[in-house]
Design a protein around this ligand. Structure first.
Ligand code: PLP
Length: 357
């Protein structure tokens, strides 16, 4: 017996979505971005599900990368933020990880770290996001520096887009990146999910989709399904109690919701301590035994309430989908004033993960 809340991870959907990405950019390599525990889906299980098709993987923590190597993943693994200290440079070379570098202090670590094997390096340029990266005009000088380090093999120049998902697109960053990298002789990588679905001109040598692998859309007002993707994550829980309301009865903390007619509501074993956003208002879509319904009142720590008035067959034990194939995560994210990214990453450790393949 266990509390009836669960997150289903559909690995076949992730494979499907990866292959959609490959089809979009058939002449590029597609590195699957599996940082943040594969956006909450599990970085090792996702890597294993893609092991026979993926051109490479990208993530942040060296610990996660080593776990992939220990599990027999042989593809290139790119560490998107590079080393966080000198020792990591040595470990990256030992485990054949690709080291992105974005700052001078990392260059210093490259100079001084003992390298058991040659280390592949990607240079990260700041083309306008102003988060990580060297100024584009420094590229020739940086390449000269790297050329003087015998065990360092620079292969690729990368950048990251700030607005590929909205109307501004890549209009300023892409020209600045291409101008700086013209005739540098290295491979280029720029596209995230949004750019991969909107701007073929920037596919270059390596594309780096994250969100779309998990079946969500990076674009406001559009769902992943509308882009040909399959949602990979289903958050679901069962109804554990039913209440009959009279007109005037209120529900939950703050008595936020007040019944304007007799109603039947179901109490669902999922709350904000599971990662469902507390902020969503009454009316946020859910699905009860496959039928559309809505949340009622305030989400509490361990429970939330849904409307069963029109669903007379639903009751204790009914299955409620909070997001998944029947309830696009983008709808819940919009109700919460956030993005699918944040909801996926916010599922908490107490929610068991069930793998579907
Ligand atoms: C997270 C990340 C990506 C993937 O972004 P999505 O919007 O999820 O596709 C690609 N590149 C870099 C450098 C990233 O940090």
């Amino acid at each position: 017996m266990t509390r009836p809340v669960c997150v289903d991870i559909d690995l076949a959907a992730i494979r499907h979505n990866y292959l959609v990405c490959k089809q979009k950019a058939p002449n590029s390599r597609t590195f699957a971005v599996i940082k943040a525990d594969a956006y909450g889906h599990g970085s090792l299980v996702v890597a294993q599900a893609l092991a026979d098709v993926a051109d490479g993987f990208a993530l942040l923590n060296i610990e996660d990368a080593l776990r992939l190597r220990d599990a027999g993943i042989t593809q290139p693994i790119l560490l998107l933020e590079g080393p966080f200290d000198t020792a990591e440079v040595t470990a990256m070379s030992e485990y054949r990880l690709i080291c992105a570098i974005h700052s001078d202090h990392q260059l210093d670590w490259l100079r001084h770290a003992p390298l058991p094997r040659p280390l592949e390096v990607w240079l990260k340029l700041n083309s306008g996001m102003n988060r990580l990266g060297f100024k584009p005009q420094r590229l020739p000088e940086l390449l000269a520096t790297l050329a003087s380090l015998p065990a360092i093999m620079p292969t690729t120049v990368m950048t990251h887009f700030a607005t590929a998902d909205d109307a501004r697109g890549i209009a300023t960053q892409w020209p600045s990146f291409t101008a700086a990298t013209r005739s540098c002789g290295l491979a280029l990588s720029a596209a995230n999910s949004a750019a991969l679905f909107a701007y073929p001109e920037c596919f270059a040598d390596v594309v780096r989709p994250g969100l779309v692998l998990y079946g969500a859309s990076p674009f406001d007002g559009q769902t992943g399904a509308e882009l040909g993707l399959k949602p990979a994550m289903t958050l679901r829980a069962d109804i554990i109690a039913v209440q009959e309301l009279q007109t005037g009865d209120s529900v939950g903390y703050g008595s936020l919701f007040c019944a304007e007619r007799p109603m039947r509501i179901g109490v669902v074993a999922c709350g904000y301590a599971d990662g469902y956003p507390r902020i969503v208002p009454t009316g946020t879509p859910v699905s009860v035994d496959g039928q559309p319904s809505r949340t009622i009142g305030r989400v509490s720590m361990d429970m939330l309430t849904v409307d069963l008035t029109e669903l007379p067959l639903a009751g204790v034990g009914s299955r409620v989908e909070l997001w998944g194939p029947n309830v696009p995560i983008e709808w819940v994210a919009a109700a919460a004033g956030t993005l699918a990214y944040e909801l996926m990453c916010a599922i908490t450790a107490r929610v068991p993960r069930r793998l579907l393949s």
